[in-house]
Design a protein around this ligand. Structure first.
Ligand code: NAI
Ligand SMILES: N[C@@H](CC=O)C(=O)O
Length: 821
């Protein structure tokens, strides 16, 4: 059994493509069920309205006639004349019915309308029949009204199976062709009148006919790849589901997964007939299989869907507590008013009972309940009926939810993270569907957040990078190298979605390739707007967000508190936040708590060396810091390691800058400010309230060069040569060497400057850019704990930043693992 929807039979070319898909293998036979061509049923509904109201309908009917005839003429069907004649007869019958409808009233008019609505299916069935080769090709043409007998029941149309089977047997005797093309959507009543299975009822027709024809399988051909985990227009990461159980498919269909009509499943489930949903645009793709087995999925939740435009009705009152029959009266009132109930929720206190109904039916429902409880309201036993409109219902569906602890917790946490408030909750004892009513305005954000919660790795992070300079670019290259492996090995899924320079930003819908991301900041990129940048990084469809600030900007650091409070993690080698104004530092600490976010900055001291982590471990395990001594500048270490008098100091400064060791402005290094910042960061890490102004700093930059522009300063570097050479000569004269050292002593005095040290001093045994940090503590009192190694350079600094990024990603994974255990 193949069923083709309106888009799959929209024109001659699509009909021919569909015919190729439906052609059976030699040992099989096919039944093909078709919908009307796209838009035709809507046009017929309008024609019916026009004829009923006395408005002109002839032009509209003619347009339909032309559309079908054009499709016939464009087709390559061998029996084209016969096809045109059949369509013409159909068009004449439509005209006659509309003519009659214009005069008819009451039941006669209703029957005519039901007949007219089915005209589109009759025409597309003729077109498909011809495309498949017609009777000569072994295909019979079936107007489903000949065999499919249905009755309107309490909860919708249902089939009279016995009568239908008898009629099919009789029809079969007259139509012995192996294969059949049948109309969807239309059927007959027990008394022989035309009727329909309701809008979009062709899926249901296919299921009913599959049962009657004893089909081995049903394929619904549509224009999507199968059933997806969520609406792909709202959730870019939605994935195709390989398999669903009948029950899962029912839940998803009822909850708005538009790919399948809700009534399709039951007839197939009873007979155990598997249903395939496949794309006629990509027939080689596997689609989704729906049967009794389903398949265990990666996630306990198979699908998420949203039903828009809903309202909550809530009956409240202490007089209801323990009184039998309240619910019966309430639902009877809604039934009487023709209001369908989508979701029901009642707390065990029985103080209130609430249900979710369509927004368009809410006022009617409220009036009906108020009337039903008028006496109780007047007597004060019931307070009244509250109505909240502007809601939608988000449903999480999956057999795997059953008996699986923590599914609701994950959903609720995902929604909470996306700042979505839940108004009502319902879950039946089947545990297959967990529904929440939320504000309509939150729908998209909620769906994306819930999807991310169940389908993406908990270590999926939306990443924005600021400052693609020396360190930023090195980090991008490292990310490019390592990310694919990390994703496969450890589930760490870092998605670079935004990049910002000092003048431009680029915001991307999907993940950028890190290696080329910096090239997107050309003159045609958008002007830098860090608010837009942060809002974009904090995407609702990804579970976590992180900004990596590789700038040296104080203005960027000034944003951290807001970003952290908004739940964005921050990683940075930028020292401004850690060493800046105390009040800002304190605000950042608070924001981390309110935003449940992390702020890591290991690379601010010692680049890739574990300096801050070491100090933090000492403090966290109860040690007490006495003092910190050492060399905290990679640039100054390299300069004094290299400065032996053979080359001028200025040439070495230029080389250090070219090697990416210096700050963007080398005066930050030479002035001692950069080292003072590091000392402040370490002191604060150890719980001291040190500020930059408290540090005694020796400035190596001559006064005259301090206020120059960067370029002018770089052009005047030679002014450093004579004073530095004089200091070196003096040190050598004492048998000493020069090193730039920093010290925080037990009394809290902080000093930074150049010292002439004896050759056996530890600092004299460093190489290149080595930093050397000695922590003297209560536990390491006699022999300090030493961290030593390269302390500057883009590669090692980027690695330090990357380490922090991974620490956060792993913590997110561990948290999820712990939660699901
Ligand atoms: N180079 C090194 O060895 C180490 C550097 N660091 C720190 O890493 C950071 C970056 O250093 P480098 O890459 O060497 O500097 P850089 O000057 O090469 O790169 C800085 C980048 O930030 C951008 N930028 C500046 N202001 C900005 C703003 N307001 N908004 C957006 N972007 C802005 C610049 O355009 C540039 O692309 C600095 O904070 C530095 O202190 C830390 C440890 C070692
Ligand atoms: N310019 C700095 C870079 C690291 O913070 C240094 O040389 O140490």
């Amino acid at each position: 059994m193949h069923k083709f929807g309106g888009s799959s039979v929209a024109d001659a070319a699509r009909i021919e493509a569909a015919a190729r898909l439906a052609a059976p293998a030699h040992d099989q036979c096919s039944v093909v069920v078709v919908s009307a061509m796209r838009g035709v049923t809507d046009a017929l509904v309008e024609l019916v309205e026009a004829a009923r109201s006395g408005a002109p309908w002839h032009d509209g009917a003619q347009r339909l006639r032309t559309r079908h005839a054009d499709a016939a003429r464009a087709s390559g069907a061998a029996c084209r004349d016969k096809l045109l004649a059949a369509l013409d007869a159909q068009a004449q019958a439509l005209g006659a019915d509309l003519e009659a409808l214009a005069q008819a009233r009451g039941a006669v008019a209703t029957r005519l309308a039901e007949r007219i609505w089915g005209h589109g299916e009759l025409c597309s069935a003729w077109l498909m029949h011809a495309a498949l080769g017609g009777e000569a090709g072994g295909w019979a043409w079936l107007d489903a009204r000949e065999v499919l007998v249905v009755q309107a029941g309490e909860i919708g149309v249902h089939i009279d199976r016995e009568a239908s089977l008898q009629r099919l047997a009789a029809w079969r005797a007259r139509h012995p062709q192996r294969n059949v093309v049948a109309t969807g959507f239309i059927a007959r009543t027990a008394d022989g009148h035309a009727t329909t299975l309701g809008r979009n009822g062709s899926d249901h027709s296919a299921a009913l006919l599959a049962d009657l024809f004893d089909a081995s399988t049903v394929t619904i051909w549509t224009d999507v790849d199968g059933v997806l985990s969520a609406d792909p227009r709202l959730v870019p990461d939605a994935v195709r589901l390989d398999a669903l159980t009948y029950a899962e498919a029912c839940e998803l269909a009822y909850f708005g997964a538009k790919v399948l009509h809700p009534r399709t499943i039951a007839p197939l489930q009873v007979r155990g007939i598997p249903l395939m949903i496949r794309s006629s645009l990509d027939p080689a793709a596997p689609g989704t299989r729906i049967d009794s087995r389903g398949e265990p999925a990666r996630s306990p939740v198979k699908g998420l869907s949203i039903v828009d435009d809903m309202a909550v009705l809530e009956l409240v009152g202490s007089g209801m507590v323990g009184v039998p029959g309240v619910a019966e009266v309430l639902f009877a009132a809604l039934h009487g008013a023709g209001v369908s109930v989508t979701m029901i929720s009642q707390g065990s206190s029985e103080h209130s009972i609430c249900c979710v109904v369509r927004g368009s039916e809410a006022a009617r429902g409220r009036a009906a309940i108020e009337t039903a409880f008028a006496g109780a309201i007047a007597a004060g036993q019931v307070e009244g009926v509250r109505m909240q409109t502007g809601l939608c219902v988000l449903a999480a569906v999956g057999d795997g939810m059953r008996g699986n602890r923590g599914v609701a917790a994950r959903l609720f946490e995902g929604l909470a993270q996306a700042r979505v408030n839940i108004r009502a909750i319902a879950q039946g004892a089947s545990e297959r569907n967990l529904s929440v009513a939320i504000a309509q305005d939150d729908a998209e954000r909620a769906l994306r957040a819930a999807h991310a919660t169940f389908w993406l790795s908990p270590q999926t992070v939306s990443v924005g990078l600021i400052g693609p300079g020396n360190v930023g670019r090195a980090l991008l290259a490292q990310l490019d190298d390592v990310m694919p492996g990390l994703r496969a090995r450890a589930g760490v899924d870092l998605r670079l979605r935004a990049i910002a320079g000092s003048r431009r930003i680029h915001l991307a819908g999907t993940a950028l390739a890190p290696a080329s991301a910096a090239t997107l900041l050309g003159d045609d990129a958008d002007p830098c707007d860090l608010d837009a940048f942060a809002a974009h990084v904090r995407a609702s469809d990804l579970p976590h967000a992180m900004i990596i600030d590789c700038s040296a900007s104080d203005a960027v650091a000034a944003r951290y508190a807001d970003w952290l409070a908004a739940g964005i993690h921050i990683v940075t080698p930028n020292k401004h936040a850690g060493s800046g104004e105390w009040s800002r530092y304190a605000r950042i600490a608070e924001a981390r708590v309110t935003g449940h976010s992390r702020f890591l900055y290991e690379a601010t001291v010692g680049a890739g060396l574990p300096v801050i982590a070491t100090l933090r471990n000492l403090i966290d395990t109860g040690d007490t810091l006495h003092s910190i001594d050492g060399m905290l500048s990679g640039t100054l270490a390299w300069l004094f390691n290299s400065f032996d008098g053979s080359r001028p100091f200025s040439a070495l400064v230029r080389e250090a800058r070219a090697l990416g060791y210096t700050e963007p402005d080398p005066r930050d290094d030479l002035s001692g400010l950069d080292v003072a910042r590091k000392l402040v960061i370490l002191a604060r890490e150890a719980g001291r309230t040190l500020s930059l102004a408290d540090v005694e700093v020796e400035n190596l930059v001559p006064e005259a060069l301090r206020d120059l522009s960067l370029d002018a300063f770089l052009g005047s570097l030679e002014a450093l040569d004579a004073p530095m050479q004089a200091r070196l000569d003096a040190a050598h004269a004492q048998g000493r060497g020069l090193r730039h050292v920093a010290r925080l002593d037990a009394a809290g005095r902080a000093t930074v400057g150049v010292s002439a040290l004896p050759s056996d001093h530890a600092c004299m045994h460093t190489r290149l850019t080595d930093n050397l940090v000695q922590f003297t503590t209560a536990r390491y009192a006699d022999n300090p704990l030493v961290v030593q190694g390269p302390g500057a350079g883009p590669q090692v600094t980027a690695a330090g930043v990357f380490g922090d990024v991974l620490a956060i990603a792993h913590a997110l994974g561990a948290r999820a693992g712990w939660r699901h255990a």
